[in-house]
Design a protein around this ligand. Structure first.
Ligand code: IPE
Ligand code: IPE
Ligand code: MG
Length: 236
């Protein structure tokens, strides 16, 4: 694949862990654990081929409504993930940013992600966004509140442009999503990166996230390279 057809920003809704566990008569946490293995492979491959930004939806603002033991176990899994992966990620120059309100996380998850962000702050490789306690409505509401605050303080003289909004999103400074992948056959955004995905190409593989492979990811990247993106213009 030529570099020209490579998306700059890939976003993935890693869905299907629960169904995978059910299929195998495992506990739902086994599904999430298996999902982490997929995630590790996809991060490594994205970094190897020179994707600029990879955004992974790990926990939504709506996922708090799941049974408490699952939520608690997911928080522990997040801590475990950062502890076990951070050395390799750092070695590969991966730079970590968390999308979402980290104040809402458990103390140990918050500490783990802050450490990971601080440690990788100056890295120049793959920008890895992990969406944790993330919801696009929550994100946009925060942006509006911060604009209102600035207006109240007299710091906004001009009309607000769309870039002013983009600058205040969790993804500020990053390119828009080019390719959005959601596994497990579901075809919805579930409150993920609504503003940033305005012109994203979308791909919905049937495979459940724990079964998703680098080869499947390569297929998605090839399909992306064949898409014609018009951005509202007319193709020549
Ligand atoms: C996605 O898998 C992972 C998280 C939301 C953390 P699910 O747990 O939503 O899997 P399904 O949709 O129940 O199969
Ligand atoms: C979206 O998946 C959130 C993550 C993958 C973290 P969900 O499984 O929570 O979404 P819905 O409920 O099916 O829309
Ligand atoms: Mg799901």
């Amino acid at each position: 694949m030529t570099n020209a057809g490579l998306p700059r920003h890939v976003a993935i809704i890693m869905d299907g862990n629960g169904r995978w566990a059910k299929q195998h008569a495992f506990s739902v946490m086994m599904g999430h654990r298996k999902g982490v293995e997929t995630l590790r492979e996809i991060i490594r491959y994205s970094s190897d081929i020179g994707i600029e930004v990879l955004s992974l939806y790990a926990f939504s603002t709506e996922n708090w409504s799941r049974p408490e033991p699952e939520v608690a176990a997911l928080m522990r899994l997040i801590v475990e993930f950062f502890h076990s992966e951070i050395d390799e990620l750092h070695e590969n120059k991966v730079k970590i940013r968390i999308l979402g309100d980290i104040e809402g996380l458990t103390a140990s998850a918050r500490d783990a992600v802050i450490q990971a962000m601080n440690r990788t702050r100056d890295n120049t490789g793959l920008q890895l966004n992990i969406a944790l306690n993330y919801g696009a409505r929550d994100e946009l509401t925060r942006v509006v509140n911060s604009l209102v605050q600035d207006a109240r303080e007299g710091n906004l003289r001009e009309a607000i442009g769309w870039e002013d909004i983009a600058d205040r999103l969790y993804t500020s400074g990053q390119p828009d999503v080019d390719l959005l992948i959601r596994t497990s056959g579901e075809q919805r955004l579930s409150n993920f990166l609504l503003y940033q995905s305005a012109y994203a190409e979308m791909i919905f593989p049937q495979k459940l996230w724990p079964d998703y492979t680098v080869a499947d990811y390569q297929d998605a990247l090839s399909a992306f390279a064949r898409r014609e993106r018009r951005f509202g213009g007319r193709s020549t």
